[in-house]
Structures are given as structure tokens and as C-alpha cells.
Design a protein around this ligand. Sequence first.
Ligand code: FES
Length: 105
Amino acid sequence: IQVVFIDSAGERREVSSQEGQSLMEAATMAGVPGIDADCGGACACATCQVYVDAIWLPLLPPVGEGESSMLEFAANRQDGSRLACQIRLAPNLDGLTVTTPEFQF
Ligand code: FES
């Protein structure tokens, strides 16, 4: 499953990931900058925020309760904001494109 991270400066990084990994794990294993993931994926830090491209949003599972309350703390939250650790990668997300924030908090 290929996922694409675009950083705040517009640089594009394509990453290969496995089904079942989270988007945060895919990013950190590939060394994508801009995803801090301080809590290691426990949905407790909001430093894995990404901005999901509008065309991909409908394919993602809805924002969970825990994710929603953590996003309240995220810096520069936008309409497409999601926590990357809460997005499980599946074949239908091949090509998923997200932008990483300039800073996480
Ligand atoms: Fe901490 Fe996602 S890694 S909320």
C-alpha cells in the first residue's frame, strides 16, 4: 500500500506500507519528518496530526471519540485533520495522500 506524505514546504515522499499498519507507523518507519507521535500511537498526544486530502476523507473510518477529543489539542487543526495513528491502512487506501503540518504543537 503506497501512501504519500507532502510536507509543509511541498516536498513529496512516497512510502510503502503494510496492510494493518497505522499511517503513523508507516511514516515513522520510513523516517518521514513532521510526525512526532510522542505517545507512540496511544491516541494520547495529537502530535501525529496530518491533513488528509479532501478526496480521501470519505474513505477513512469516521473520527473516533478519543481521536476527536485529542484533535482539540492539535496545533492548527483543519477540516481534514486526522491522527495518523488512528488510521489503519487497507488496500482501498492505496495512494492515500496527506500533508504534514509545519509543526505539531
Ligand atoms: Fe499520539 Fe497519535 S501518536 S495521538
